[in-house]
Design a protein around this ligand. Structure first.
Ligand SMILES: C[S@@+](CC[C@H](N)C(=O)[O-])C[C@H]1O[C@@H](n2cnc3c(N)ncnc32)[C@H](O)[C@@H]1O
Length: 429
């Protein structure tokens, strides 16, 4: 115990470094490596909060994402565990691992082996710094789409967190990942929702209006105009973004049964008018500030995409009539990220294949009907018991029942009698 506190005390670092380690559970090597990569930032601040204040809003987003890597990994583990999606803790694979916090978190939870694959060397260096000292844990530098990883074998859990929208070919990525999931194992894919109302107003990667509604080529052109950056960067960083049903369909084609874990809801249906108002404000701002500087044909395509999005959104909103349509609406427009859990072989929710939100709702309704039936049975039995207690026979046989209990356990019968007597005294004041 004493040694534990001594170790904790020893591990404490003063200032910002210590604050980050304590808040985010990343390794010291990781933070130092990050500092080395971003020397232009003001690392002299004393606390994480002060440091955040010194950053631009885009840096704040990216650096919080990097530092929270272990916490997000822990959350991922507990989500899968909570859905009984971890059948064994032998082998874990993380595609596009970057900062490798997921490897750290899954190792902490007892996985025997953890492997991460990362495209960018400089991020792999960061990731390796974060898993320093962990046994059977490694970050491989490589392109998951181009390179062959079949020699790695099958894994109990494969995660692909905020990666699928970055790869060049999402169909191949899903095919290859599905092939690496062991029978009964789980693939967990977190994907930003291109149709979340807030993300249409300002996307999560670059904070640009409307970009999630464009295909990859147009998105790159819009990125170039909005950030005055080279569109090649966009192609390097981003792939295509699809609708929810597309991902579910791809997973089903590869033999995985997918469902949406209930996470990342921003607002409820009651907040939709306010969210739409925010979107309209961002649209007006874009029309005024950016549209005049865009190539007219790109501006027209973006206008059309956004108008048709708003029309669909309003139609679907007014079409909410029952639990199923409400859940469909929430999944489509109010979840900022879809966390898709997909099980290989068998069925987690006893659905056929593909998107199982409907099966989920049917299962909940069946459960509620069962509960209502059980409640009715319990109420009926309670009534019968009450009637019996009031009957002459029940009252008459009371001393006999007490004698029976006394014969079985005199001590317990005595305390019961004492309890009943005390209750009566209390009731009588
Ligand atoms: C937004 S980051 C997510 C990092 C990490 N999964 C997390 O949640 O913290 C996306 C990562 O995917 C990596 N990536 C993109 N395409 C890849 C590919 N073909 N093979 C391996 N990694 C890839 C990128 O280099 C980047 O580090």
């Amino acid at each position: 115990m004493f040694r534990y506190f001594l170790k904790r005390f020893d591990n404490r670092r003063p200032g910002l470094l210590g604050d980050i380690i304590q808040k985010f559970y990343v390794s010291e090597k990781f933070v130092l490596e990050y500092q080395r990569l971003r020397p232009e930032l003001d690392w002299s601040r004393k606390t994480w909060e002060e440091f955040l204040d010194s950053l631009s809003s885009l840096d704040r987003l990216h650096i919080s994402f990097a530092m929270s890597t272990v916490l997000r990994g822990r959350y991922s583990f507990s989500l899968l565990n909570g859905h009984s999606c971890i059948r064994a803790k032998k082998r874990y694979l993380d595609i596009g691992t970057a900062y490798a916090g997921f490897l750290r978190a899954y190792k902490e939870q007892g996985f025997e082996e953890a492997i991460g694959i990362e495209l960018q060397e400089r991020l792999a260096i960061l990731g390796r710094a974060n898993i320093d000292g962990l046994d059977n844990t490694q970050v491989i530098v490589g392109d998951f789409i181009q390179d062959d990883y079949s020699h790695l074998g099958a894994f109990d859990v494969v995660t692909c967190n905020d990666v699928i929208e970055h790869v060049d070919d999402a169909i191949i990525a899903i095919q290859k990942m599905s092939g690496m999931v062991a029978d009964g194992g789980t693939l967990c894919m977190e994907v930003p929702n291109r149709d979340h109302i807030n993300f249409v107003a300002s996307d999560g990667h670059f904070q640009i209006f409307g970009i999630t509604q464009l295909d990859r080529d147009d998105a790159a052109l819009h990125y170039e105009a909005a950030l005055k950056a080279d569109r090649k960067n966009y192609f390097f960083q981003m792939g295509e973004m699809y609708e929810l049903d597309w991902y579910i369909e791809q997973l089903a084609r590869n033999g995985l049964n997918a469902f949406i874990a209930d996470t990342h809801m921003i607002g409820g249906v009651e907040d939709v008018p306010e969210l739409i108002a925010g979107l309209q404000r961002a649209y007006a701002e874009w029309r005024q500030n950016l549209k005049p500087h865009l190539d007219p044909s790109l501006a027209a395509r973006l206008t059309e995409a956004v108008e048709s999005y708003i029309q669909r959104l309003e139609q679907d909103f007014s079409g909410i009539k029952d639990e199923l349509s409400r859940k469909r609406f929430e999944d489509k427009y109010l979840r900022s990220f879809w966390t898709i859990l997909a099980i290989k072989g068998g069925s987690h929710l006893k659905s056929g294949s593909g998107y199982s939100r409907q099966d989920e709702v049917i299962a909940i309704e069946k459960l509620e009907a069962d509960i209502r039936q059980k409640d009715a049975q319990i109420a009926f039995l309670n009534e019968q018991i009450a009637q019996m207690r009031n009957s002459f026979f029940w009252k008459f046989s009371r001393p006999l029942r007490f004698l029976g209990r006394f014969a079985r356990s005199p001590r317990r019968a005595y305390y019961e009698l004492l309890g009943a007597w005390k209750t009566r005294m209390r009731r009588n004041g």
